[in-house]
Design a protein around this ligand. Structure first.
Ligand code: NDP
Length: 449
């Protein structure tokens, strides 16, 4: 092992020791640090002044109590988090997740990833993430409202247009953003549109924000396929999840001529060899807030529902994991490879385990890491901030075309950086180095802070 690798190993050991019991954060840090050996060997200044140690330490972590009253008049207590990871490139920016699995380690991993993702977009945004262990499933609209209001009563002290700009994530969509924005506005007595993104269109939201993460992931895959002389036309696609990212990934796949065979939620997956009926999925998920299992009864013949099980058993050309972290394991990767998968792109954050990623690399499968492939969401959030700052509202076509351009640029930056560092086709290495270099340059310029 050379001295650069030894140095990085020692930094990783400190991260693991200092953040005990946070395996997702260790996993995210390990993946980035493993990519940095080549860039530091070439540019030793990037590891001077403990720059890498500083990049691995969040600037600020806030943990707070969220008390609220449910429909039975019982007091409930949840825990709220906001990790403000890195503001070298701009105000902290990253979503809020409501899911019972949320803890500080998960929020930290997401904030760390977000820092490099945001750098890759080329927009002036730092990295952060937040959330709560609140489970919105089965809660009434009034309960959701009261929870969001209580969450914001604390969070409002820590955010702002020039400080930290949250958005949605798992369990947080336009409804929750609306309730949080309302309480922020009331507490601050100012209409500060740029404090949250993912807002409704009537009060400062951006067209194409809802679609952006899923569309962006598919634009990224289109660029990868184009380099190999192929496209989506007639390709069988499997998309995990049926939330915001999954639904709009499916929509763009369909518009580019691909066929979506299967999608899922945390209960199981549906397979429809005639092609998933996306309008029906939207009806079930966006309107009724129901379960994917309802698809079969509503659609009729030709489709099936598999309770639990792995959606990656369904043979496909293109796999888009769009649900949650570590949902695609080594065994799933093996099955996908044996079934001839050409490309895998992470619409979700870190959905593939390190073992799965390694297997895709070895098999020569095109693999797009989340911090590059799903960056279209945050990029369009930054476009929303731009529209808010100029009190403007762009057309869908203009916003989508900016998103498309950004995704092409991210793809090309990852691809060219991988080539420059002697690993052509390694989008993981390319994304990590390209994102890191931007953050590192800004941090170096600002001194030890
Ligand atoms: P949603 O809440 O809209 O949808 C999440 C989907 O994933 C649901 O279908 C949900 O099923 C499923 N899911 C969640 N947890 C699990 C689990 N443990 N096992 C199986 N399925 C699960 O979230 P989003 O679509 O917004 O987010 C999906 C992923 O994309 C996350 O990793 C998020 O961090 C990432 N992302 C999101 C962005 C955005 O703009 N929204 C931007 C960039 C990344 P169920 O309803 O049954 O829980």
């Amino acid at each position: 092992m050379n001295t650069v690798d030894e140095k990085l190993q020692s930094i990783l050991a400190t991260v693991v020791h200092r953040n005990a019991g946070e395996p997702e954060f260790h996993q995210a840090a390990r993946e980035v640090l493993e990519s940095l050996g080549r860039v530091i060997a070439r540019n030793p200044e990037y590891s001077a002044d403990a720059l890498i140690e500083r990049i691995c330490e969040p600037e600020r972590q806030i943990i707070f109590r969220v008390p609220w009253i449910d429909d039975n008049n019982e007091v409930q207590i949840n825990r709220g988090f906001r990790v403000q990871f890195n503001s070298a490139l701009g105000p902290y920016k990253g979503g809020i997740r409501f899911h019972p699995s949320v803890n500080v380690g998960i929020i930290k991993f997401l904030g760390f990833e977000q820092t490099f993702k945001n750098a890759l977009t080329g927009m002036p945004i730092g990295g952060g993430k937040g959330g709560s262990d609140f489970d919105p499933k089965g809660r009434s609209d009034r309960e959701i409202m009261r929870f969001c209001q209580s969450f914001m009563i604390e969070l409002h002290r820590h955010i702002g247009e020039y400080v930290d700009v949250p958005a949605g994530d798992i369990g947080v969509g336009a409804r929750e953003i609306g309730y949080m924005f309302g309480m922020y506005k009331r507490l601050n007595n100012r209409f500060e549109a740029g404090v949250l993104t993912g807002k409704g269109l009537v009060y400062g939201g951006s067209r194409a924000r809802k679609e952006a993460t899923g569309f962006g992931t598919v634009f990224f895959v289109r660029s990868m396929l184009a380099l190999k002389g192929t496209d989506f036309d007639g390709k069988r696609c499997v998309v995990s999840g049926s939330g915001n990212v999954a639904i709009y990934a499916m929509e763009k796949v369909l518009s580019l001529g691909g066929k979506v065979i299967a999608c899922s939620d945390s209960g199981g997956y549906v397979v429809d060899e005639n092609g998933i009926d996306l309008d029906l999925i939207k009806q079930i998920k966006e309107v009724k807030r129901g379960r994917i299992s309802e698809y079969v009864a509503l659609k009729g013949d030709g489709c099936s529902y598999v309770k639990a099980g792995s959606i990656w058993d369904v043979p496909c050309d293109i796999a888009l994991p769009c649900a949650t972290q570590n949902e695609l394991h080594g065994g799933d990767a093996k099955t996908l490879i044996e079934n001839g998968v050409i490309a895998v792109a992470e619409g979700a954050n870190m959905p593939c385990t390190p073992e799965a990623v390694q297997m895709f690399k070895q098999a020569g499968t095109l693999f797009a890491p989340g911090k590059a492939a799903n960056a279209g969401g945050v990029a369009t959030s930054a476009l929303e901030m731009q529209q808010n700052a100029s009190r403007d509202s762009w057309s869908f076509a203009k916003t989508e075309s900016r998103l498309e351009e950004i995704m092409i640029n991210i793809h090309d930056a990852c691809n060219e950086t991988a080539e420059e560092y002697g690993a052509p086709g390694d989008y993981v290495l390319g994304a990590n180095i390209a994102g890191f270099v931007r953050v590192a340059e800004a941090m170096r310029a600002m001194g030890v802070i």
